[in-house]
Design a protein around this ligand. Structure first.
Ligand SMILES: [Zn+2]
Length: 284
């Protein structure tokens, strides 16, 4: 989410006050709404670019172009877009938005997953996944009591899953949940309602610190540089086998839900390796 926040700030600087000159869709399955049509955006002035969880919301005179980039999706900004209309093809291009000054962006999705989701709505709350988002940890109102409340509600669910669940806390994905738990020195498998006051306080600082640190590092970067910045600054996520930068222990990995997580056994689990519970369930 920090990179989505940075992207929203970048777009806000580039787009607010400009008029939408055209929107061309080339990956038809990415558009999840059919009324109002994409063409309804033509000629409207962009008033704001904001973020809801991991969704970006471009508001223009009563309509909203809202998109979720998912894992393989990205936005490529251009100060000078090609003038030829975008055509459906085999490439990663899904949608092109043109501004009245010739600039604009391409939404792309690499690979074959097709998870990029684009919506045109009169109110972002009409999108079920936006309407059900939990509190946003970057909001000032998200204080330690707010974190305590969402963890209590999550019961014995494991911290890793709870931090990633958009309905519980909005905007934290697979990478930053690993980073937050490493910074807080907590086991990803710890039940959410089992934290001491001290652990809660450390987790709260880690949530705020990891996210705001990432946003500060991304400040001023162009859209194309955001993903690289994110990857190079992660300390545990995606670093299986590399030494922990706190204690030197090799970072470990375990399967979790439909992907995997990375953690430091020394810093986070008292030296114990976490067992793949999906596998042990299968073997029983
Ligand atoms: Zn460590």
């Amino acid at each position: 989410m920090p990179e989505v926040e940075s992207l929203a700030r970048f777009l806000s600087e580039k787009c607010v006050g400009r008029v939408i000159a055209g929107v061309e869709l080339t990956a038809f399955s990415a558009l999840k709404t059919y009324a109002p049509p994409l063409s309804a955006l033509h000629g409207l002035e962009i008033e704001s670019v904001t973020r809801h969880g991991k969704f970006i919301d471009i508001a223009a005179q009563g309509l909203h172009l809202v998109f979720h980039l998912a894992r393989a999706g990205w936005l490529r900004w251009s100060d000078e877009l090609p003038t030829a209309p975008a055509r459906p093809g085999k490439g990663p291009l899904a949608l092109r938005l043109r501004l009245d000054n010739g600039a604009g962006f391409n939404l792309t999705e690499a690979g074959t997953q097709r998870k990029l989701a684009i919506h045109v709505v009169s109110d972002p709350q009409l999108i079920p996944m936006v309407a059900t988002l939990g509190p946003d940890p970057l909001e000032d109102s998200f204080d330690q009591a707010a974190l305590a409340a969402v963890l209590a509600k999550a019961g014995r669910a494991q911290l890793k899953g709870v931090l990633k669940d958009q309905r519980i806390i909005a905007g934290i994905g697979n990478a930053y949940s690993d980073e937050i738990l490493h910074a807080a020195r907590l086991s990803p498998f710890k039940p959410s309602n089992s934290l001491t006051d001290a652990e809660l306080s450390v987790l709260y600082q880690a949530v705020k610190g990891e996210l705001s640190g990432a946003i500060a590092r991304a400040e001023g970067l162009a859209a194309k540089d955001l993903k690289g910045e994110k990857k190079s600054s992660l300390r545990v996520h995606g670093r299986k086998g590399e030494p922990c930068d706190v204690c030197g222990t090799p970072i470990a990995e375990v399967s979790f839900a439909d992907s995997s997580l990375q953690y430091c056994p020394t810093c986070q689990t008292g030296g114990k390796l976490l067992a793949d519970r999906r596998l042990s369930r299968l073997l029983k």
